[in-house]
Ligand binder design. Structure first.
Ligand code: HPA
Ligand code: ZN
Length: 398
């Protein structure tokens, strides 16, 4: 550790008063620290070792998270559109943007709730027009998470956000699918695509979207339900989900992010989903928790998203650890990383820090990601084994 860094930390330490040490800076090149007594020197040394130990522990945790094999199950591909690519596509496609710089775009990402985010999110997606745009968008995400050791992804896309602007369904799905195929070849990363219906639009519109999707059935693993939650209960889409099931598609739905536990019951009972996206409000209903635990229905939690959209005020108040301790199958995901300030590793790191998660907690969450995935069981088993191997190595080295 640099002495400058140490001194700045020490000056915040409650052990010291301004009288107890003097720091001299020699023309910005080095620092000297003079302590007035041997007891102060001892205290200083103790503080140095404590700071160094906690820094080493932080580095070890960061390294552990980076190396942990992970699966991402809750990612809206349109939500991975970084402002830089948004600008590039706006000039390539000659689409006007209400912002003049990347900094201005980022500064606008202050949200008060889900709807305030969705308004900006749908506007941002307006720069996506050509197959190449959807490819570039998806490829940028896959390259990024490959570097974070994400080994499997299940990606949401919102066709209605594009078809309602006149972009053909084929254009959207072809670009995304091509990028997923390339990532499979180049990185060995496996993936599935999940088509989400926008719940603020009608059941009829959802049926029409499902019809448009059927010629591409082989590229789609499942259907989901997203967009504005409160006032749009899952049961509205019961018949569409039944039709999707008849087509052999898997089913998931956003529920219990802002909406009440009742929406989670409906997602389970009316839609028959096998996974709940978000679901953090389940903790308000102990009967529901019991059911989710008993059936091990996975919950794809997105911690940074929850903070950005004010579901919880601070990470320290997030209920993820309580959910984990209650025996729920909790996973960590990024939701809309370009808007919420972090991809997978940042979500793991921020949650670990806010809730003081142990390495065992982190490994369990990563394992849940694979258990909750739609991968064949033998692939799941092999990912679980690699996480166990990593934990075993950690305990022999630590
Ligand atoms: N919730 C609902 N709809 C969404 C979200 C979300 O977090 N992100 C993109 N669409
Ligand atoms: Zn989401």
């Amino acid at each position: 550790m640099k002495l400058t860094e140490l001194v700045s930390r020490l000056s915040c330490s409650s052990h010291y008063t301004i009288w107890e040490y003097i720091v001299k800076q020699k023309k910005g090149t080095s620092f000297a620290l003079y302590l007035r007594s041997s007891s102060m020197i001892k205290r200083f040394r103790d503080d140095v070792s404590q700071i160094q130990a906690s820094k080493q522990e932080r580095q070890m945790i960061e390294e552990f998270i980076k190396t942990l094999p992970k699966a991402e199950l809750h990612l809206h591909i349109e939500g991975s559109l970084e402002p830089e690519l948004m600008f590039e596509l706006s000039s390539r496609n000659k689409v006007d943007m209400p912002f003049v710089s990347v900094e201005e775009v980022r500064a606008a990402y202050e949200f008060s709730d889900l709807q305030s985010f969705l308004d900006i999110f749908y506007a941002g997606a307006g720069v996506l027009l050509q197959t190449q745009d959807f490819f570039d968008l998806t490829w940028a995400y896959l390259e990024k998470v490959n570097r974070e050791n994400v080994r499997h992804v299940e990606i949401f896309f919102d066709p209605q956000t594009h078809t309602d602007r006149g972009v053909p369904f084929r254009t959207v799905i072809t670009g995304i699918h091509k990028a997923l195929e390339e990532a499979r070849e180049e990185f060995g990363m496996t993936s599935y695509l999940i088509l989400c219906f926008l719940r603020h639009l009608s059941e009829k519109a959802a049926f029409a979207t499902l019809e448009e999707a059927l010629p591409f059935r082989g590229w789609i693993e499942g259907v989901g339900l997203d967009s504005s939650e409160v006032g749009f209960p899952p049961e509205i889409f019961e018949r569409v989900f039944t039709k999707a099931e008849e087509e052999g598609l898997r089913k998931v739905a956003h529920a219990g992010e802002e909406g009440p536990p009742e929406y989670i019951w409906q997602a389970l009972d009316s839609l028959g989903v096998s996974r709940i996206d978000h679901g953090v409000r389940c903790m308000e209903d102990q009967k529901l928790v019991k059911r989710l635990v008993k059936e091990q229905i996975p919950l794809t939690v997105c911690p940074l998203s929850n903070i950005k959209l004010k579901v919880f005020d601070r990470m320290e108040e997030h209920n993820l650890k309580k959910m984990l301790d209650a025996g729920l199958c909790v996973t960590i995901n990024s939701d809309d990383p370009a808007y919420f300030g972090g991809y997978m590793n940042e979500n793991f790191l921020a949650t670990q820090k806010g809730l003081n998660l142990s390495l065992e907690d982190l490994a369990e969450i990563a394992k849940n990601g694979f258990r909750a995935s739609f991968l064949p069981q033998e692939d799941i088993d092999s990912h679980l084994q690699s996480i166990d191997d990593m934990l075993a190595m950690q305990s022999t080295s630590g």
